[in-house]
Design a protein around this ligand. Structure first.
Ligand code: ADP
Length: 580
């Protein structure tokens, strides 16, 4: 982000030029008024040249005053959308794990609030404030050229104090606006958590607790704002009054001394006092410097830090591999989230092309981690993934796999747009074919807008089964040789689950399917089974062979059989009692 913000934009340069032009026009006007005063004082008439001069200055002033806000508002809009789109691209490039690690609340806050603040700083503040900072110099030059060089030199002394004091206060205030930004980040994260877990909070009567947490976060923000305001107001008061008094008193003293010694005319003396008032322009920006300047710079610091999160390796260029014909091999693969504990420990597996494999095992055993590694989301820390010929990194894996997760991620846009996320070039015919493959053709026919039918936020208008089938259609459209499924039916009813299983069974042998599942009763859909525990593969082989072999799977299946038998007999007993 430093790359983006580290320059004065063209708009800022225009704003600075226009604002300096306006200041010059005002100074010129004041000097002309002084000269007019002298003419009238001497009993002479104001000439045409004077009127033309005043008219010209007024016109220049009006024009630049009108143009500055127009340029600023145009620039703000452009900058805001530009920075948000750059940021979004960056979020996509760092990958979901880095997003979660950085904190989704912080990233949302950065994209909304911080971009707003930094744009406000860049476009509404930086240009006018830089021009204001240059104004005293400009005015001193005008005084030296058109009024009195000696007064200009003497006025340099109080003027020089302004930047020294502003810089001094800038140092003191850095920390306090940083604390404010952190408090804001925590508040955004808390809100995001609350929104995401509304259902859970409601079910567990957690809304009171969440309300208290949000209140505490809001209170922290309020305290930081009040702290910032109180310190600001005090400093503003001191700076404002001391400078106004200092400059005005100095210029009034100078005007009195120079006019009484007849070095200056009364009109020039009058112009000197008014011009010294114009030199207070930078002081007017000290206030906004703390509000807009400091918070804007803190926001830019946050954006720069986010920009420094490195791009995920899966964003590199993928290699060309042939996973349609060659199998997928995993050799001694390890993976970790925190560089300390191994979530995958020395994994060795092979998935023949077109095979179907179920990954089972207790919770926390590393099943989802294995799927993340295979989809290129998490880079393995050791070992090799290859197709029998070439090693594959995250980018190649990403390009060759499609994923269906437990909960389908759908967007509020149309059916067609949701489907085209994985296959932007797909034609309408291909979309319809994929929908009929997942048995959604009749559902689509009932939608008044067909493929253009909006889905509602998060696919709210779909049942769980429909959403999951739509996600499956999207994965199929991407035409990747490997389909990764992470418990795709765990949130579905029995009927919807049966439908998804049927669709998966119908897929040709051109797709290798790897599914994480906890449904041991449905293992007959798979050729191979992997049993994981504590990040290791404890059993792996053809299903037929594995179910007979002593071990975890065999035991778990016996427990399942016993339970089914118990259920059946208690059901029969209940039926018998009813009949008796
Ligand atoms: P499973 O899918 O079998 O339930 P996971 O692959 O989700 O298991 O988890 C394996 C291990 O990795 C667990 O110890 C879990 O705590 C850890 N883990 C999973 N996801 C993350 C993550 N995003 N950050 C840190 N650790 C994680």
């Amino acid at each position: 982000m430093r790359r983006l913000f580290g320059y004065f934009s063209v708009a800022t340069v225009i704003v600075v030029a226009l604002s300096i032009f306006a200041a010059a026009a005002t100074a010129g006007l004041v000097i002309l008024l002084g000269q007019g005063f002298d003419l009238l004082y001497r009993g002479e008439a104001l000439d045409t040249q004077w009127y033309i001069g005043v008219g010209g200055e007024l016109l220049a002033l009006a024009l630049s005053t009108f143009l500055v806000p127009v340029v600023i508002s145009h620039d703000s809009q452009l900058l805001t959308s530009y920075h948000r789109s750059i940021l979004l691209k960056h979020y996509l490039s760092i990958g979901p794990l880095a997003v979660r690690k950085t904190g989704e609340g912080e990233l949302v806050h950065a994209a909304m609030e911080s971009v707003d603040r930094s744009v406000k700083y860049r476009s509404t503040f930086l240009g006018p404030a830089s021009a204001a900072a240059a104004t005293p110099v400009l005015i001193l030059i005008f005084i030296a050229l058109f009024i009195d060089p000696l007064s200009a030199i003497l006025l340099l002394i109080p003027t020089g104090l302004v930047p020294a004091i502003v810089l001094g206060f800038q140092k003191r205030f850095g920390g306090s606006s940083g604390e404010y930004r952190r408090a804001q980040g925590i508040l955004s994260a808390t809100f995001l958590d609350a929104l995401r877990s509304l259902n859970m909070l409601k079910l567990n009567s957690g809304s009171i607790w969440m309300g208290k947490t949000i209140n505490a976060a809001t209170e922290r923000v309020r305290q930081q704002v009040m702290k910032l305001l109180a310190r600001n107001q005090l400093i503003l008061l001191v700076i404002d009054s001391s400078f106004a008094v200092l400059l005005l008193a100095s210029s009034a003293g100078l005007a009195w001394w120079r006019t009484s010694s007849e070095a200056l005319s009364p009109g020039a003396g009058f112009a000197l006092i008014i011009l010294s008032y114009l030199m207070l322009a930078p002081v007017n920006y000290v206030g906004s410097f703390f509000y807009i300047g400091m918070t804007g710079r803190a926001a830019e610091k946050q954006l720069a830090e986010i920009q420094e999160i490195p791009m995920h390796p899966s964003m590199a260029n993928p290699l060309t591999v042939n996973l349609k014909d060659n199998g997928l091999f995993i050799q001694n693969v390890c993976a970790t989230y925190n560089n300390a504990d191994l979530a995958l420990n020395e994994i060795n597996l092979q998935f023949p092309a077109g095979s179907r494999t179920a990954i089972v095992g207790p919770s926390g055993s590393g099943k989802s981690t294995l799927i993340r590694v295979l989809q290129g989301q998490l880079e393995s820390s050791a070992g090799l993934i290859h197709d029998g010929r070439q090693a594959m990194g995250p980018a190649t894996l990403k390009a060759n796999t499609a994923v269906v997760e437990q909960q389908a991620t759908l967007f509020g846009v149309s059916v067609g747009e949701n489907l085209r996320i994985g296959a932007p070039q797909a034609t309408d015919e291909q979309l319809l074919a994929a929908l009929s493959q997942v048995r959604l053709a009749s559902w689509l026919a009932a939608q008044p807008l067909g493929l253009d039918q909006p889905l509602g936020e998060g696919g709210a208008r779909l049942s769980g089964g429909q959403a999951q089938r739509l996600a499956l259609a999207r994965a199929l459209l991407a035409q990747r040789p490997v389909l990764l499924l992470d418990e795709p039916t765990s949130a579905l009813d029995v009927h919807s689950e049966a439908e998804i299983r049927k669709i998966l069974r119908e897929l040709g042998a051109s797709t290798t399917i790897i599914t994480v599942t906890h449904r041991l009763g449905l293992l007959q859909d798979y050729d191979y089974v992997v049993v994981m525990d504590h990040g290791r593969v404890i059993q792996f082989g053809p299903r037929e062979q594995l179910v007979k072999q002593e071990g975890y799977l065999n035991k778990a299946l016996s427990v399942l059989d016993e339970r089914t038998a118990q259920l059946q007999s208690s059901g029969l007993r209940a039926l018998g009692e009813k009949e008796a």
